[in-house]
Design a protein. Structure first.
Length: 358
């Protein structure tokens, strides 16, 4: 007995994109494109008629822009929406706004440095990940919690915080980073994100955080009180140089089909002796990236956690990290900032911190 295929409505004003996306998706036995629309007005009628499970949506369209339409969809007929956006500074800022409004995922559009051969597998995987995923709506977000007070003790240079995320991660990381106090150890962040989008993402975090956040540059020191985000399409590795951490960027082969990959950051932390001084966590995302690296960190003395299922958009990466024994605890998204704020690894309190995890 065959299972029901995932019904997709493709919304884009480009006939070439509609045709290319439709052909690629229909070639997958688990997906069916039930219709296409040239703009949001046509899409509105087809949503009612065709009852799709997922929408793919361009942001820049005639008559009504994609962001306005996304707001209407999330308010009136909530569905998983995957944004296909141009890899440009302008497009990336709009894409991040779409994620804030509740879009499920953002993927770089074919024709902007990528062929559909590059984008297609990511789009197909994202569509499949919507099955059973938790829809997030900005209007239903919990009210902001007060930012914790600054740590009582100055972090040592060896202290470090390592975070990895994928689908749903931009908003999860925003929730965490903007509720952290200043004065924490250096924070290294790997979010699965296209090139250009990562810079806009880091800038958005930096505007709202209590400490500097920026896209990493090769050879840049990671010092206490600073957060660095891996650039899209580059792995970010950690090294210990003299008396400080330093990031190294590489365009090596993708890991788990991802570049940057969380596993490579975590394994590099073990290689440079950071594990006994590290707090590391895996947040929402599809796939298994980060689970093996987190286990390696835990086995070498790090304190580890994974986001819990109830607060994840996609409970894939955190599930893998929990099931393989990598995560010591599962933590709700709303509690992660508090856990990080009390990190004292260099003071020999990893065991103490483990008892503080919810």
């Amino acid at each position: 007995m065959s299972t029901r295929r995932i019904r997709v409505l493709v919304i884009d004003d480009s006939a070439v994109v509609r045709k290319t996306v439709t052909e690629a998706l229909n070639a997958d036995p688990e997906i069916e494109v039930v219709g296409t629309a040239i703009d949001p007005y046509a899409a509105r009628d087809k949503i009612k008629l065709l009852d799709p499970d997922v929408l793919t949506l361009d942001i820049e369209m005639p008559r009504m822009d994609g962001l306005t339409f996304l707001r209407i969809v999330m308010e009136q007929h909530p569905l998983p929406v995957i944004i296909l956006s141009s890899l440009s500074p302008h497009g990336s800022k709009h894409a991040l706004e779409a994620l804030r409004l509740g879009a499920f995922d953002v993927i770089g559009k074919p024709g902007w440095g990528y062929t559909f051969g590059d984008v297609g597998p990511k789009l197909i995987a994202s569509i499949k990940a919507t099955v059973g995923a938790r829809l997030r709506n900005s209007a239903s977000a919990a009210p902001a919690a007060p930012r914790p007070t600054a740590p009582l003790h100055q972090p040592a240079a060896r202290d470090v915080i390592l975070l990895g995320a994928s689908t749903g991660g931009t908003e999860a990381l925003f929730e965490v980073i903007t509720h952290l106090p200043p004065g924490l150890p250096g924070i290294a962040i790997v979010q699965h994100i296209p090139p250009v989008f990562s810079k806009a993402f880091a800038e958005r975090l930096g505007k709202h955080a209590a400490f500097p956040v920026r896209e990493a540059v090769d050879g840049e020191p990671l010092t206490p009180g600073l957060a660095l985000v891996a650039p899209g399409n580059f792995h970010m590795l950690l090294e210990w140089i003299g008396n400080h951490y330093q990031v190294h960027l590489t365009d090596g082969p993708p890991v788990w089909h991802q570049r940057p990959a969380v596993d490579l950051l975590f394994r590099s932390a073990v290689a440079c002796g950071a594990a006994p001084h590290a707090l590391a966590g895996v947040l929402t995302g599809m796939g298994r990236d980060g689970a093996a690296g987190l286990l390696n960190l835990r086995e070498n003395g790090a304190t580890t956690f994974a986001q819990d299922e109830a607060s994840c958009v996609v409970y894939g990466m955190p599930r893998a990290a929990w099931e393989n024994g990598a995560a010591q605890r599962q933590v709700s998204l709303g509690d992660i900032a508090g856990v990080i704020s009390h990190h004292r690894a260099s003071a020999g309190s990893a065991a103490q911190l483990a008892t503080q995890l919810p």
